[in-house]
Ligand binder design. Structure first.
Ligand code: PMT
Length: 219
């Protein structure tokens, strides 16, 4: 019996990986499945929110009529889609694993395997969440941090640098956490608090994250 504490709120969620084209058949990507972001979207709708879900390439489907799903491919497309809606949202949750770099030049034809070695020059992608933080007026912003070392320090650094209200840390050092798994193990940092959670299903992790957001925005 869910209380609809997010009724009247618009929540924007980024999910999944981004693919950065090398040529017409190849790309740079990562292992994100989109499960964490899609679970957050379903849970936010259950709590009464209007949800805009902006997802990179994933095999996940959504038939929920209350989730406005937009599929994008690259980081630049994700950035543009986010900023079509940014002014209108109350809460932004960035669970996407955005590629930090993209090929500087995209070959127009399939690259042939002539050389023994081959390099691709990469150029930095826009940081979507950092840009959201810079343009923040009234939005409550939640980031994720996927770390492999100095986890807590890096997560708290991102909270400050990206001008966030909350950050969710998942570490690839924890078994069953992070990419692809149906489970995750998180810590949440607000500006003043640290909360630790057990390993659980991504559906239940989404509940913990939204409980924490509700506590913060309704206090
Ligand atoms: O999709 P799943 O398989 O379920 O896996 C879930 C997940 C592991 C991808 C998810 O829980 C997660 O941790 N997402 C963030 C992954 C990541 O890229 O973390 P980061 O520490 O590199 O980035 C920090 C934050 O900035 C993130 O909120 C990210 O969305 C955002 N970012 C990063 C780079 C960039 N160019 N633009 C961004 O918006």
């Amino acid at each position: 019996n869910q209380k609809k504490l997010l009724k009247g709120k618009t929540v924007l969620i980024t999910a999944g990986p981004t693919y950065e084209a090398i040529d017409p058949v190849r790309f740079i990507g990562n292992h994100s499945s989109g499960k964490m972001g899609f679970s957050l979207a379903v849970e936010a709708v259950r709590r009464g929110a209007k949800v805009i879900l902006i997802s990179g390439p994933t095999s996940l489907k959504s038939s929920n009529p209350n989730i406005d799903l937009h599929r994008v491919t690259s980081a630049k497309e994700m950035l543009n889609k986010v900023f079509e809606y940014y002014e209108t949202i109350d809460i932004g949750i960035a669970s996407a694993a955005v590629a930090d770099y993209a090929p500087k030049v995209v070959a127009s034809e399939k690259i042939k395997k002539n050389e023994d070695t081959f390099s691709i020059e990469l150029i930095k992608n826009p940081d979507i969440l950092k840009t959201m933080g810079e343009k923040k007026t009234h939005q409550f912003l939640v980031g994720f941090a996927l770390e492999t070392q100095n986890e807590e320090e890096n997560a708290k650094g991102k909270l400050v640098k990206k001008n966030l209200d909350m950050i969710v840390l998942n570490s690839l050092r924890d078994e069953g956490a992070g990419f692809k798994n149906d489970t995750n193990k998180i810590k949440i940092f607000t500006k003043t608090e640290k909360l630790e959670f057990d390993l659980k299903s991504k559906e239940n992790v989404a509940k913990d994250i939204l409980d924490c957001i509700e506590t913060q925005i309704l206090k």
